[in-house]
Design a protein around this ligand. Structure first.
Ligand SMILES: NC(=O)c1ccc[n+]([C@@H]2O[C@H](COP(=O)([O-])OP(=O)(O)OC[C@H]3O[C@@H](n4cnc5c(N)ncnc54)[C@H](OP(=O)(O)O)[C@@H]3O)[C@@H](O)[C@H]2O)c1
Length: 358
């Protein structure tokens, strides 16, 4: 039996993870956490003793002693759980990309001490991991992360001035929670994934490329030094990376439809339009600058997305708030979690001021 702590159990990833657990007799839920949604019925249905709504999830993790932590909390709130698992060598199935972006250096140090497995649940990073498995890092030329382009692909900046929350939440290929759906519309999501990939696979930023691929069938590619490239294909369905991480290395069966090649697949790729969608370039700048700049990028983006979802900031204001926060921050490296929390709070203050004047 593999004992799973599911954090963010009521979200998009959390609900799909419960379906994966229900299908696999060797997986057992031992802890559930949410931000504010009541978990009484869910816990009773799945016979889960350890439950927490809001607050510090590390207490829940200490009490439930899981074999695997599936961190599907949204935002910086996931940092504590990521560091808890990595520090102890408990397998971490990581959907919460924001924690690795904000706390990348601290997370790698904790992983080195803990020595456990870090299995990304983000589909692109799960795909890269699978393409890289057991290959010499010296043979890797570069990584390619694909982006659907979101609902506004092909639009100009002028077209985006008046888009609504409803427009931004209408993702063409993936069904996800509201924050990541807006991140996909601005392409900030690909910026977060760029930084996440850098920390996960120890590949320098100049060797990680972002390409737009509207059908989301190819999740990522790895180019090798001999000129070959390996790609990971599948219909867009988070069941696959969730199941891969929870059942690793077994690749348990799923009911996800098999690729219908004879029926035809559209595999188009194009460069992202970084003039209209500047957030991936801002993420690259933050990642290359290092220190707490990635944490600033993440915090400012969280504040700006929340303001957009609440109707307090126009769509184009999201990138402006992030850019202004990066310009104003000092980016000093975080020696520990307290430093990181301070940098995050400072960036939130800067971004809050930016939202107020936008
Ligand atoms: N959805 C996807 O397909 C997808 C794909 C790749 C990566 N991800 C990443 O996975 C994470 C979750 O995404 P999602 O789409 O599942 O988001 P979501 O649908 O908004 O769900 C977020 C979950 O986090 C919980 N939560 C929020 N704050 C919390 C806190 N302080 N403590 C404990 N739980 C808290 C929420 O609980 P409440 O119900 O109480 O609010 C909810 O269960 C994000 O980092 C996202 O970038 C998602």
């Amino acid at each position: 039996m593999r004992r799973i702590a599911l954090l963010g159990a009521t979200g998009s990833i959390g609900r799909q993870a419960i379906e994966v657990v229900d299908r696999n007799p060797e997986l057992e839920l031992v802890a559930l956490a949410s931000g504010s949604t009541d978990l009484t019925a869910l816990a009773a249905e799945h016979g889960v003793e350890h439950v927490q709504v809001g607050g510090d999830v590390t207490e829940l993790l200490d009490a439930s002693a899981p074999d695997v932590v599936l961190n599907a909390i949204v935002g910086f709130a996931g940092v504590g759980a990521t560091l808890w698992a990595l520090e102890r060598g408990v397998t971490l199935a990581l959907a919460n990309k924001e924690s690795l972006v904000a706390a990348g250096e601290l997370a790698l140090e904790a992983r080195a001490r803990g020595g456990g497995l870090l299995l990304p649940v983000d589909s692109e990073h799960s795909a890269v991991l699978q393409c890289l498995e057991s290959r010499e890092s010296a043979s890797v030329d570069s990584l390619v992360l694909t982006a659907s382009g979101g609902p506004f692909r092909g639009r100009s900046r002028a077209d985006l001035a008046d888009v609504t929350v409803e427009d931004a939440l209408a993702h063409p290929t993936w069904s996800m929670g509201p924050k990541i759906t807006v991140d996909s519309a601005t392409l900030a999501n690909k910026g977060l994934e760029l930084i996440e990939a850098h920390f996960l696979f120890d590949v320098p930023y100049e060797r990680i490329e972002i390409v737009v691929h509207p059908t989301s069938v190819v999740h990522a590619l790895v180019r090798f030094r001999d000129g070959a490239a390996l790609a990971h294909l599948g219909y867009p369905d988070m069941t696959v990376p969730i199941s891969y991480a929870l059942t690793h290395p077994a690749r348990a069966a799923t009911e996800v439809p098999r690729l219908d090649l004879a029926g035809g697949l559209t595999l188009e790729f194009a460069a992202p339009d970084l003039d209209t969608f500047p957030l991936p370039a801002l993420a690259r700048r933050a990642g290359e600058a290092g220190g707490t700049y990635p944490a600033v990028f993440n915090a400012a983006n969280e504040v700006a997305v929340a303001a957009f979802l609440e109707g307090r900031l126009p769509f184009l204001g999201i990138a402006e708030v992030v850019e202004d926060a990066l310009d104003a921050a000092d980016g000093a490296p975080a020696r520990d979690l307290a430093d990181l929390v301070e940098a995050d709070a400072g960036a939130r203050r800067l971004a809050g001021q930016g939202v107020a004047v936008a």
